[in-house]
Design a protein around this ligand. Structure first.
Ligand SMILES: [Zn+2]
Length: 334
């Protein structure tokens, strides 16, 4: 059986425990050298009947799940692999209800799995800056939550302070048109300092940065970047000076939030942003269009070393109940 290319093939492929295991081993140790995840030594023996290894260096056993987000989960590998596949490739995301039904697990379990996978998608991101001389970038921000109609009128209002946006969560994003990569994160406000810091942190000096007319980007950008502004309320596109790429990303994000994740609490929003960033940034590699199995391999490659605890997920240490917030995504502790 060839490597899976479609969702149906993936489900059929991973349904066979041996094949699923072999595939995961190949992804985890692509060169075939099994290294102990605890001590890093590659001296071990494989106990085939139990699908685990015994490490001669640290004298302990390890499984394929050790030191991954799956480590302390009773969910079987085939269900995890299918969930990774689904979230990496579902353009509008997948709700915990849908995933629960697809895998035959409870919605609570599916929610917890999805949150873990989103954490993986975040990766060890943004260690280096994007942009550079000759690269064109777009910086923009959007408001999530509450009523989002009439954005243009709102954009004028934000000059006067947060106004009607005080109940919304703000996401700021930067697109490198040359690299075709987006960075987006939740920010606390739209002050000049906050928005410019995002650019200073993420963008190489000398890049060309386009923004909308938000005053937050004025003063201070010009010394380090080639900065140009489009006023969305007037001319939507001024030659190359526009933020349409970012607008496109926001509409993808909002479509998944509205359609699939009916209610997302501000605390959790950053994970949904990470999820959308992952899919957006894995549409292409250079000029090559990536397919579903490429995206799956990419997310699996990021699986190592990410752990989430209950308190990381909920922001609470011991509360057993988390109030439902909407019809779609009811957040229940694991
Ligand atoms: Zn070891």
């Amino acid at each position: 059986m060839n490597d899976p290319k479609t969702l149906q093939q993936a489900i059929a492929y991973f349904a066979d425990p041996d094949r699923c295991f072999a595939y995961a081993v190949k992804l985890r140790w692509p060169d075939g050298i099994i290294v102990c995840p605890r001590c890093g030594v590659a001296k071990n023996s494989f106990i085939k009947t139990r699908k685990l290894w015994f490490c001669y260096a640290c004298k302990r056993q390890f499984t394929i799940k050790v030191k991954t987000i799956m480590e302390d989960s009773p969910i079987t590998l085939d269900k995890w692999m299918t969930a990774f596949w689904l979230l990496a490739n579902a353009k509008n995301g997948i709700s915990s209800h849908e995933l629960g039904r697809a895998l035959g697990v409870t919605q609570t379990t599916a929610w917890f799995m999805l949150q873990r996978i989103r954490e993986v998608m975040k990766g060890r991101k943004w260690s280096s800056k994007i942009g550079g001389e000759g690269n064109e970038l777009e910086a923009d921000e959007t408001f999530v939550g509450g009523i989002t109609k009439n954005m243009h009128k709102g954009r004028r209002l934000k000059v006067d302070g947060l106004g009607p946006f005080k109940n919304k969560t703000i996401v700021q994003g930067i697109l490198d048109r040359n690299l075709r990569k987006v960075r987006a994160s939740v920010v606390p406000n739209i002050s000049r300092e906050t928005l410019q810091n995002q650019i200073l942190k993420n963008v190489k000096f000398g890049s060309t940065v386009y923004t909308d007319a938000a005053v937050a980007y004025d003063n201070g950008m010009q010394s380090r970047f080639v900065h140009d502004v489009v006023n969305k309320t007037e001319a939507y596109v001024k030659g190359r000076v526009h933020v349409n790429g970012m607008e496109n990303f926001w509409s993808l994000l909002k479509r998944s939030l509205r359609g699939t994740y009916v209610a997302v609490e501000p605390f959790h929003l950053s994970r949904y942003v990470d999820e959308q960033v992952f899919r957006y940034n894995h549409r292409k590699d250079g000029d090559r269009k990536l397919n579903d199995s490429d995206r799956f391999a990419a997310v699996m490659a990021q699986v190592l070393g990410h752990r989430l605890t209950y308190s990381d997920l909920t922001g609470k240490s011991d509360s057993p109940h988390h109030a439902p917030t909407g019809a779609g995504e009811i957040q229940v502790p694991f």
